[in-house]
Write a protein that binds this ligand. Sequence first.
Ligand code: CTP
Length: 135
Amino acid sequence: MTGSNRIVVTFGTFDVFHIGHLNILKRARLHGDTLIVGVSSDRLNIEKKDRAPVYPETERMEIVRQIKAVSDVFLEDSLELKGEYLRQFNADALVMGDDWEGKFDHFKEICDVIYLPRTEGISTTQTITKIKKYD
Ligand code: CTP
């Protein structure tokens, strides 16, 4: 079919950007033509993880926006609005890391729900802990 544009949406904090983040964005993009990324807000992170991200939302959004696989970004300010965001962006697929396996299956009525394996041995939390040890 000509002119098909399969839209993939994914979400994350993407703080202290690392290779696991790049890998999931590249692999998410392979599931469609356009990749739209919901970057979680500073406020949402404080609510979720009880700490502010190292980099503010404006900077995290700009870093993700400039990744080649990414078409556009938006600010995710509420976990409850995931379904609304998927509808708003006409998502054909929701891609999440498999740390969320099964948790978003109820969105299958809106679009495909795909869980991808995480890159082993790296996370933002681990990186922050590692850097702290250099003191
Ligand atoms: N991700 C991944 N592989 C990793 C780390 C993250 O595939 N090693 C994916 C997550 O599954 C998610 C996206 O990257 O889909 C954003 O994850 P995020 O929570 O921002 O990164 P983490 O490194 O997991 O952060 P934290 O340590 O603060 O939980």
